[in-house]
Design a protein around this ligand. Structure first.
Ligand SMILES: [Zn+2]
Length: 128
């Protein structure tokens, strides 16, 4: 989960295909990055949910079911890619939060970072 609270997120039933496609794009991008290191990513179920306080996303951890939930809040932010990469590390790698890490901190950083920077941090986690 990115941001603090943990609550059950309610799935959106409305049509959210364009935003969902954006999330899928980042999941495929992460999958392709992992592939370069000979790592296979399992299929992840993506759900778009209603806003819940300040939560951007949530994911299953230590579970056979690989689920990522992204809130409308998270979808509409410019750092959606960071949120998706963050949740992928939770659900596929069981990566916990890392205080001070731009990618795995429990709350979002307000400062900017490049895609490459996030990619490099992601690679560090998946190859450790
Ligand atoms: Zn998290």
């Amino acid at each position: 989960m990115k941001k603090v609270q943990s609550k059950n997120l309610k799935n959106k039933t409305e049509n959210y295909f364009p935003q969902r496609r954006q999330v899928m794009k980042y999941i495929y991008e992460a999958k392709n990055i992992a592939k370069r290191f000979g790592i296979h990513h399992e299929r992840i179920e993506v759900r778009i949910t209603e806003n819940q306080d300040c939560i951007l996303g949530q994911a299953t951890m230590n579970s056979n079911k690989k689920y990522i939930w992204i809130t409308e809040n998270g979808l509409n932010r410019s750092d959606l890619r960071v949120t998706v990469f963050h949740e992928i590390l939770h659900t596929l790698y069981n990566q916990k939060h890392v205080k001070g890490c731009k990618l795995m901190n429990d709350t979002t950083y307000t400062d900017t970072f490049t895609d490459q920077e996030i990619t490099d941090i992601f690679i560090r986690y998946i190859t450790q």
